[in-house]
Ligand binder design. Structure first.
Ligand SMILES: Cc1cc2nc3c(=O)[nH]c(=O)nc-3n(C[C@H](O)[C@H](O)[C@H](O)COP(=O)(O)OP(=O)(O)OC[C@H]3O[C@@H](n4cnc5c(N)ncnc54)[C@H](O)[C@@H]3O)c2cc1C
Length: 512
């Protein structure tokens, strides 16, 4: 951290709210708003080309030793809307997101997938996104892979929650494997979503940001919430915001940053909100086309101890991509298992909690194809709507059935899909009866953590919010660089694609 004396203007390095004067003013080449997967990759790509960058982030800097397993404290500081963000529609779906230098990579499970080739082809052919050539994306994703030190954990670290699912899938001859992850130092403590306490995860703040800072061209300003943009003659001239106290999040000062270029990387909910609230884009496409990879969980009662609260948080998957879904294992902390159990409150819930050490968990994640979501501006912040389409609902149900089959193949005594009513399946022949095609959206206990698509790239201004290089249509010096850019959902976990696009936008802007 710098001392107050160095903060009269732009300075390289990490800065925090305690070091700022009451009214902070900066002048830089490029200001990047939001230090998540996209913002950090963009800022690094710019800094590597000699551009002076200020990266502004609402949350604070974190060291691994500061993360704790105190869930309410973690939600208050590390999660957007203190962990309460959700989407309303034909089902209500929690939509957690990260907050802090590192963004959602601070709390993600570190799963790494490259963007599937058919998705990139669709972006080029159907959306005119000529920038995402196979060769360019391959090179960018290679860089991400290398910088994140992507690897697969050993069996010893995976532990039984992942191994049980692997065993069941192998017995059924399903295609699956242990997941590549950006966690080379993972010890299998199973708390990725509370911040990695060992530093074993390669979150963006510990990888790309370190490379960006080493250039001497990047200043990271934590504790700044950006609210507004000033413009003149078709150009953004400055952004303004508030300094937030790192503990109380109370407003303690103001910020004004003048820059030649502005990159918005606040994530797929806050980015369209910022653009719309400031009149920088209209709602024809901005805030529309929200996709999220809806997911539903499931538990299985095994005849042996699994101890699901430890081991790799999400270590194994079954590949049903061609059918529109993946099955992925997951684990949460014991208090979170208690909160999400779909059983009737009382004796039934306590019985499952008593058996927690025998439980395993996994579920489907769906490639949204016919669902529709949007982000709207309200005086209280973004309002998020998501209607689960019939096809996606069917794929979730099919994925849940498949999850049950895998668990029974692995020897499960009972299967508890996350549907309302808490139906328990004790016989594999009854799976379909409990999970019929007619289950409605509101009967599925849905979850999502991959918002995408709300400021999509397009080859023509009529079809999207930004051009194929991330520049907002109608503005010379305003860009977007985060998961908002995706013209469609991916069907696989999105951090690698987000970082690759961040590198692309930053590199292109630096050479423009
Ligand atoms: C619980 C969880 C688990 C996940 N697991 C995986 C996984 O295993 N693999 C995977 O590939 N993906 C995973 N993801 C998704 C992945 O992390 C995100 O897709 C990716 O981080 C999105 O990058 P982004 O830049 O769009 O947004 P983010 O990384 O969310 O960054 C946005 C940043 O902008 C900041 N910000 C917002 N508004 C403002 C403002 N007004 N002023 C200043 N700053 C602001 C936020 O605080 C945040 O730090 C997971 C996500 C979550 C939440």
């Amino acid at each position: 951290m710098t001392t107050p004396a160095t903060l009269q203007g732009w300075a390289p390095g990490r800065h925090g709210a305690r070091q700022y004067p009451k009214d902070l003013t900066l002048r830089v080449d490029v200001v990047v708003l939001g230090a998540g997967a996209g913002g950090i990759a963009t800022a690094t790509a710019l800094a590597e080309k000699g551009v002076k960058v200020a990266l502004l982030e609402e949350g604070r800097h974190w060291r691994p030793s500061e993360f704790s397993q105190d869930v309410p404290r973690t939600f208050r500081h590390l999660y957007r809307d203190r962990g309460a963000r959700s989407m309303r529609g034909n089902t209500v779906t929690p939509l957690p997101g990260g907050r802090g230098v590192g963004g959602s990579t601070l709390i993600n499970s570190a799963i790494c997938f490259r963007c599937p080739d058919p998705v990139l082809a669709q972006w080029r052919d159907d959306h005119g996104v000529s920038s995402v050539t196979a060769a360019r994306m391959a090179a960018l994703q290679d860089r991400v892979w290398e910088t994140l030190h992507v690897t697969t954990q050993s069996l010893e670290i995976q532990r039984l929650n992942n191994i049980v699912f692997r065993d069941g899938a192998e017995k059924l001859g399903m295609k699956g494997s242990f997941l590549p992850r950006s966690a080379p130092g993972c010890v299998g403590c199973g708390v990725c979503q509370l911040g990695c306490p060992t530093g074993g995860k390669s979150s963006a703040d510990r990888t790309f940001l370190v490379e960006g800072l080493a250039t001497g061209n990047l200043g990271v300003y934590a504790g700044i919430r950006v609210d507004a943009a000033e413009s003149s003659s078709g150009r953004i001239t400055a952004v303004t915001g508030r300094i937030l106290h790192p503990d109380t999040q109370a407003e303690v000062g103001s910020v004004r940053v003048e820059a030649d270029h502005v990159v918005v990387s606040m994530g797929p909910i806050q980015t369209p909100y910022f653009l719309l609230a400031n009149g920088l884009a209209d709602a024809t496409h901005c805030g529309q086309h929200l996709v999220v990879h809806p997911a539903v969980g499931a538990l299985a009662r095994m005849p042996f101890e699994v101890r699901p609260w430890h081991g790799v948080t999400q270590g194994y998957y079954v590949d049903a991509y061609d059918e529109g879904f993946l099955l992925q294992t997951y684990t949460v902390t014991p208090d979170q298992y208690f909160a999400i159990l779909p059983t009737a409150v009382g004796t039934e819930t306590m019985r499952w909690m008593k058996d927690l050490r025998y439980l395993a968990s996994a579920g489907p994640l769906v490639h949204d194809e016919d669902s529709a979501g949007q982000v709207q501006v309200t005086p209280l912040g973004p309002d998020i709507f998501y209607h689960l389409g019939d096809g996606d609902r069917q794929r979730l149900i099919k994925g849940l059935r498949r999850t049950g089959e895998v668990f029974f193949a692995a020897g499960a005594e009972a299967f508890l899909p996350a549907i309302t009513g808490g139906a328990i399946v004790r016989d594999p022949s009854k799976i379909e009866a409990v999970l019929p095609d007619t289950l409605q959206a509101h009967e599925l206990i849905t979850y999502a953590s991959h918002p995408m698509g709300t400021a999509r790239m397009a080859g023509r201004s009529e079809d999207g919010v930004v051009d194929p290089w991330g520049r907002v249509w109608g503005w010379d010096n305003l860009h977007v660089a985060d998961a908002s850019l995706f013209p469609t959902s991916l069907g696989v976990n999105p951090q690698v694609t987000t970082m690759a696009l961040g590198l692309m936008v930053g590199g292109h802007l630096a050479s423009a």
